[in-house]
Design a protein. Structure first.
Length: 155
């Protein structure tokens, strides 16, 4: 059965079919759009953004490392009985206290502390003794009746 042709509707003209050009399979297919032209720029921008993020992260870690190293050296100053602020005021640079590997050199730190103390005339900070809890019970009561004679077997 064929559909009747309606005289009021125009007949559709056939669209000409053009064959697609043959392409070499060895060459990658690149779409002909403005996005494709901007893609290398987008990729470069992506790498620049990642580089900036990585540099920011590196700087954050470097600052954190410097802060931790300063805390360790300040603790060494406190343990030696001197205020760390006076030590850093002596002009000591962090790089002068590190080994070639970037580790804190205890000998360089103690030498720098000694130099800072003699140069600036730093005084020892008074320290209160800290109790050693391993040396006995702090709340143990001493019996007033205890004597050597009782301890040695006497009454």
């Amino acid at each position: 059965m064929t559909a009747p042709i309606n005289p009021t509707t125009p007949e559709a003209e056939p669209t000409p079919v053009t064959p697609e050009p043959l392409r070499d399979p060895a060459t990658p297919e690149v779409p002909e759009t403005p996005e494709a032209e901007a893609k290398p720029d987008n990729e470069a921008a992506k790498y620049r953004r990642r580089l900036r993020d990585t540099e920011t992260e590196r700087d954050t870690f470097a600052n954190r490392l410097d802060s931790l190293q300063r805390q360790v050296i300040s603790s060494a100053c406190d343990a030696a009985g001197f205020k760390a602020a006076g030590f850093w005021a002596s002009g000591v640079e962090m790089k002068d206290l590190l080994t070639e590997d970037g580790e804190i050199d205890p000998d360089k730190v103690s030498t720098a502390i000694t130099t800072a103390v003699s140069t600036l005339g730093l005084a020892l900070t008074p320290r209160t003794p800290k109790p050693n809890r391993q040396q006995g019970v702090a709340s143990a009561r001493v019996d007033s009746e205890t004597s050597w004679s009782k301890a040695l077997g006497g009454k």
